[in-house]
Design a protein around this ligand. Structure first.
Ligand SMILES: C[S@@+](CC[C@H](N)C(=O)[O-])C[C@H]1O[C@@H](n2cnc3c(N)ncnc32)[C@H](O)[C@@H]1O
Length: 291
């Protein structure tokens, strides 16, 4: 299934790209947001398209080929955004979009264990060059480390019970697949409502493997320098830890008159969008403008 860009109309309304302006898509994925931006910035607007996952870059290149050399594809983490902009002689940007998390393709077709609904190897790396895999983490972290991780990045109320079950299970046999891990969790935690008991643990492991919050922190430090005066940055988050980071960062910079906050409350998907694209349900959009 193709990835459907989330909150596309809202992002476009706020970023309001104009002919010949330059933009950065820090998480290009399948290129849905990038395509809409490039259409508005024609004929000469440039776009830096960053993604940590080489498979996303390959898909985006194919999906955006009509825009030719107006797009610079960069296979790197957005944590290096400042260096990327400098190395490409890009000058300042009129707008930046960050659409965090994973694409539909990564979840459904990557075979890297992002989904607890599939039986795949425990990998969860966006960038296969990253040395830490989910398998290493689950088999090598101490019980105390696992508890801390599930608490911090999963906000999982059953962190202790799950960590203990993982440590007991791996004494007999290495935990190798997503199914192994889901079964261990399901043995000790009952499902409440719609949420699969493995949801928060999978989230925590993915965040740790990819150092997701640390990378966002690094990128945020560069954003004010990259934006031109009046330029805007849009951030789409899928869980509260990401959203909190953006909220606190923008509040701090707002106090120092470095940025203006354009929406006090995060923008969420309409009922119509959620019906067509259920993944948009948890999306929260925040937009800032460089003063
Ligand atoms: C939700 S998808 C983006 C979808 C895209 N907006 C579209 O319309 O197709 C998120 C993308 O961000 C990438 N990503 C995650 N962390 C990253 C990081 N630190 N640096 C660069 N890309 C990252 C993922 O590999 C994934 O392709």
């Amino acid at each position: 299934m193709a990835h459907v860009p989330v909150l596309l109309n809202e992002v476009m309304d706020f970023l309001a790209p104009k002919p010949n302006q330059n933009f950065i898509d820090a998480t290009v994925g399948d290129g849905g947001h990038a395509k809409a931006i490039l259409e508005k910035t024609s004929p000469n607007g440039k776009l830096i398209a960053i993604d940590r996952d080489i498979d996303s870059i390959i898909r985006a290149k194919s999906n955006l080929k009509e825009f030719g050399n107006r797009v610079y594809f960069i296979n790197d983490s957005f944590g290096n955004i400042l260096r990327i902009v400098e190395e490409n002689g890009f000058g300042s940007a009129n707008g930046i979009i960050f659409d965090f998390g994973m694409s539909t393709n990564q979840l459904e077709n990557s075979g890297r264990g992002f989904s607890f609904q599939k039986d795949e190897i425990l990998d969860m790396r966006f960038d296969p060059k990253n040395p830490l895999t989910a398998e290493v983490l689950v088999n090598d972290y101490s019980e105390a480390q696992l508890i801390a991780l599930f608490n911090k990045f999963g906000e999982e109320p059953k962190a202790k019970i799950i960590a203990r079950a993982i440590v007991a299970s791996r004494r007999n046999q290495k935990i190798k697949t997503t199914k192994d891990l889901v079964e261990i969790i399901e043995r000790v935690v009952k499902r409440h409502g719609k949420l699969n008991p493995a949801t928060l643990v999978f989230q925590a492991i993915r965040i740790e493997v990819n150092q997701e919050l640390a990378e966002i922190g690094k990128a945020l430090a560069g954003v004010p320098e990259i934006l031109s005066s009046g330029g805007r940055a849009a951030f789409i988050s899928f869980h509260s830890l990401e959203d909190r980071l953006i909220k606190n960062w923008s509040r701090d910079l707002n106090k120092k008159n470095i940025v203006k906050i354009l929406n006090k409350k995060p923008i969420t998907a309409s009922i119509e969008e959620i019906k067509i694209n259920p993944k948009s349900r948890s999306a929260k959009l925040r937009i800032i403008e460089k003063a």
